[in-house]
Ligand binder design. Structure first.
Ligand SMILES: [Zn+2]
Length: 259
């Protein structure tokens, strides 16, 4: 689906190489291919944002190549498409050779896939499913400080789904491993693609069932049950974690206000 750009092509430009993205002046470039010196580059249309095409160019611009984290405050739809571009570029870079027979591969003309002409194997971009869950106990919410975060925020529990597991099993296992707590009434809330490097976060809410809080020191620095009106420092608005916390706080308040 890649083709050579001409001077009439325009839109948003996701120029990506080795997980980096081109951000001249710290921003995602928008405008004509001519204006950005992209005429003649090979590009693939990877989506549309508010009526304008979003293009992926797998190239290194060497200057102004940054991290997609720098544009995390963009409109979520545009950020999602930029993340899609970076992940697709990385998918192609990591699939130059067939894992079965070792022959060089080529891009499919009809879908996002890498094909091996020698053994006919077909490879698709990898997505790592990940669960994130807010747990409520009456008017309290379970929040933890994660060892992998460098800041002091408290947030909900999360982890990767393992091979052969259902989402429900993954949530129950992660919560048990990290906090020694058993949950009930698991409910799906929303999902969010998370391009660091290729996760899909699936967000849930649950209620406390049993168990004494005991944290896994390898994963967590601290954890506790926090009353909804006395919360510690939280993840920023716009994150799926923050949304889960706010939805849970609403349930806590309702539980608290019941006669
Ligand atoms: Zn092969």
């Amino acid at each position: 689906m890649e083709r050579e750009l001409t001077s009439v092509d325009a839109g948003w430009w996701v120029v990506s190489h080795e997980q980096k993205i081109w951000l001249p002046q710290g921003e995602l470039p928008f405008g004509s291919a001519e204006q950005w010196g992209l005429v003649g580059s090979r590009a693939a249309a990877i989506g549309e944002w508010q009526g304008d095409s979003v293009w992926l160019i797998r190239e290194n611009r060497s200057e102004s190549m940054g991290s997609i984290r720098q544009i995390i405050d963009l409109d979520s739809g545009l950020f999602q498409l930029a993340g899609r571009g970076v992940q697709l570029a990385e998918f192609v870079r990591s699939h130059r050779y067939c894992g079965y027979c070792g022959h060089e591969m080529h891009l499919s003309n009809s879908e996002n896939a890498c094909l091996c002409a020698h053994c006919r194997q077909r490879y698709y971009p990898q997505i790592a499913p990940c669960i994130i869950v807010a747990i409520r106990r009456d008017d309290q919410i379970l929040l933890a400080q994660h060892a992998r975060h460098r800041n002091s925020i408290y947030t909900v529990l999360a982890g990767f789904v393992e091979v052969g597991e259902t989402l429900e099993q993954a949530v129950a296992r992660e919560v048990m491993e990290e906090s020694n707590v058993r949950i009930k009434n698991l409910r799906y809330v929303t999902s969010q693609p998370w391009p660091f490097p290729h996760s899909l976060m699936m967000a849930f809410m649950a209620e406390y069932d049993a168990g004494e809080l005991q944290i896994d020191r390898k994963e967590l620095i601290d954890a506790g049950w926090f009353r909804y009106d006395a919360l510690p420092s939280l993840p920023p608005p716009g994150t799926v974690a923050r949304r889960l916390i706010e939805d849970t706080v609403a349930l806590c308040r309702a539980a608290d206000e019941q006669p």
